[in-house]
Design a protein around this ligand. Structure first.
Ligand SMILES: Cc1cc2nc3c(=O)[nH]c(=O)nc-3n(C[C@H](O)[C@H](O)[C@H](O)COP(=O)(O)O)c2cc1C
Length: 177
């Protein structure tokens, strides 16, 4: 069964715009509402500082307050959730989003970019936080390597290649416009 005629929400967290680029490509393919997750208190610009802050938040289970509000989440059938891998884990703001909204009965579709170390526990955590949802097979691809000063990479040939990978994935998980 294809998900056409279902209402789609695409939510993403992105610091250096790689997950944002994936979100834009998904949006171009499936439509729906596209929303960037923003925080009341943004993370530090400095890489070492954000790494430390995220490690601390993971230790204590702290969930930063989201500035972004979703209007009537009830109307959506399919919720794409995009994020980078942070410290091999799901970023705290994304955990907060999944905990804050009632996603019961919806299809949740995770997507990820990372520096090449992979998804870590991110997709597993999405499943854990959405026990009453159907969680689809996620999409992951290599993004930037901020540690090495490589930020946004989803352009030119790389973007074309990723667009093709995303098309195939969307066909496989049967989410189409
Ligand atoms: C705080 C922080 C922690 C990160 N931890 C990891 C990691 O554990 N593994 C990894 O492969 N990449 C890690 N990265 C790199 C990002 O996942 C990668 O650059 C991603 O493409 C960024 O996505 P964005 O441009 O949407 O923010 C980390 C980046 C930041 C800022």
């Amino acid at each position: 069964q294809s998900t056409s005629a279902k209402k789609i929400l695409i939510v993403y967290l992105s610091r250096t715009n790689n997950a944002r680029a994936i979100a834009n490509i998904i949006h171009e393919q499936v439509g729906g509402k596209l929303v960037a997750l923003e925080l009341e208190n943004p993370y530090p610009e400095n890489y070492q500082a954000i790494v430390q802050q995220v490690a601390k938040e993971n230790e204590t289970g702290y969930l930063p307050q989201l500035k972004t509000k979703i209007d009537s989440i009830d109307q959506y059938d399919v919720v794409f959730v995009g994020f980078p891998t942070w410290g091999m884990k799901l970023p705290p703001p994304v955990k907060g989003f999944l905990k804050q909204y009632n996603l019961r009965g919806k299809t949740i579709v995770p997507f990820n970019t990372n520096a090449g170390y992979g998804i870590g526990s991110t997709f597993e955590t999405v499943k854990e936080l959405c026990p009453n949802s159907k969680v689809s097979d996620g999409f992951t691809t290599k993004g930037g390597i901020e540690r090495d000063g490589i930020y946004f990479v989803m352009q030119g040939e790389r973007e074309k290649q990723v667009r093709e990978e995303i098309k195939e994935w969307l066909q496989k998980i049967k989410v189409q416009r």
